[in-house]
Design a protein around this ligand. Structure first.
Ligand code: DQA
Length: 152
């Protein structure tokens, strides 16, 4: 693993999360993805980590980024958004890599439509944080920090 990977957390966001702030505020609140990124970077740096925070609307790009994480990041936080509920390719990518993945959702998907109740990510994730809003990303950073400390 290269030196860059030693302290880097990769935070990946899927489709429509770029619209946070104006998208269905009754479900997702009014925080923007830029604000979540800033909060994550600040919190991660207190724990000695850097953050590479990304968003895409494209399924294959998420697969590429997950694959590239091997050797370039030590932990991943993944909000695959709607692809969570549809993507065998993302399931397979998470299963294929050694880097631990924490699945995060802002909303409580179990309190929503039935089609959101199944995740193709959860069974291959190291852990899942659901329904706690943007705080879920912060809790995921803490969970990865603690997991990674215990490993070393
Ligand atoms: C989401 C929940 C998904 O069901 C939805 O498609 C999203 C966002 C969340 O963070 O609550 O786009 O992943």
């Amino acid at each position: 693993m290269g030196n860059d990977a030693v302290n880097k957390l990769l935070i990946l966001n899927g489709p429509n999360l770029n619209l946070l702030g104006t998208r269905e505020p009754e479900t997702y609140g009014t925080i923007t993805l830029d604000e979540i990124e800033n909060d994550c970077a600040a919190h991660a740096s207190e724990q000695g980590f850097t953050v590479d925070f990304r968003q895409t609307n494209t399924e294959g790009t998420l697969v590429d980024w997950l694959q590239e994480a091997s050797g370039t990041a030590i932990g991943i936080i993944l909000n695959a958004a709607a692809y969570t509920h549809t993507s065998i390719a993302i399931h397979d990518a998470v299963a294929a890599i050694e880097v631990p993945v924490i699945e995060v959702h802002l909303s409580n998907v179990f309190a929503r439509e039935d089609f959101r109740h199944h995740s193709f990510v959860s069974d291959v994730a190291a852990g899942v944080i659901i329904g706690l809003g943007a705080q879920g990303y912060i809790l995921a950073i803490d969970a990865l920090a603690s997991m990674l400390r215990n490993q070393s």
